[in-house]
Design a protein. Structure first.
Lengths: 92, 92, 92, 92
DNA sequence: AACGTTGAAATAGTTC
DNA sequence: GAACTATTTCAACGTT
């Protein structure tokens, strides 16, 4: 009773199979650890690139844009252009 | 650039209502200015506190912690809710 | 009473002026509330713009880019271009 | 600094070493692929748990809460440290 | 004054 | 499509 999630009975709360629950939680936490490791690796690569003289912000932009296909990329650029023009139009 | 022939006065550039767009942009920019001012104020208070001898890092921790405590309380309510609803959904 | 006399007691732990501390904290929290209100306002404007048919993502880009001066903006665009070219260069 | 990204072999475009750049980009993209795979795995586990009758929202809460608890512990250590150091800095 | 660290804010994706 | 959560990006801060 001491260390469950704050609700009364432990191993079978409304039919919860505690061991099964725990198993899922652990699997998830294991995967999240791996994910954290990968994030650290990625960070490291960016850091190394920066150390070589590259601009990290731009690198991120490049990576992000490469995820899109050409059509998307073009559409984005177009839209931005249209908006900026529209925004400046009345000044004249 | 290319097809500005018929536009003349204002509103429609590439199908976008430029005046409306600009209105939104300006409202946002106005609010962001206010926000920037507030951020500056906050910074100033921290600086003053520091000048009085307080450790800014601690101050930030305290503020953050108080915010978190409030959030925690809210989340607890959520938890109760969600547990209750879940009890029905759970398998035997 | 002197500074280091009563460590372990409350209102002057190691010389901390509790009331002064509290005052700073409250000022900060007050400002943070205002900030939160502004953030909500900004969000609302974006929502309204979206309801009128504008693309929020692009709107944010426009706002962000307007914060920079023309020179910065150009440099950014240039850099991105250079990187993307460099990245594709070896394919030939 | 003065040493830029190793021009001299082949693909210097605008002063950027394209091959080196591409190497970084590819390393990052490789890692991001792995990350995406992990995300998919995690999603799958949640889906499986859901299929077994668990409420995904709760599961996420539990996982998050456990992560926060760990973070809390770390922060407490920090706090102690920082308070100790601050005691010296504080005014009378 | 560059660097990494950390916290806040924006964005994207998911679920209902 | 609206709300919520997770992820990513951005900016501040102390450190060296």
């Amino acid at each position: 009773m001491s260390d469950d999630a704050g609700i009364g009975h432990n191993s079978a709360l409304g039919g919860i199979a505690g061991d099964r629950l725990r198993s899922f939680i652990e699997r998830i936490e294991r995967l999240e650890e791996e994910k954290a490791a990968l994030l650290a690796d990625i960070k490291e690569v960016y850091a190394e690139a920066k150390g070589t003289g590259f601009d990290v912000k731009i690198l991120r932009m490049v990576v992000r844009r490469r995820k899109m296909d050409a059509a998307e990329r073009d559409e984005l650029d177009d839209l931005l252009d249209v908006y900026e023009r529209a925004c400046n139009a009345l000044l004249a």
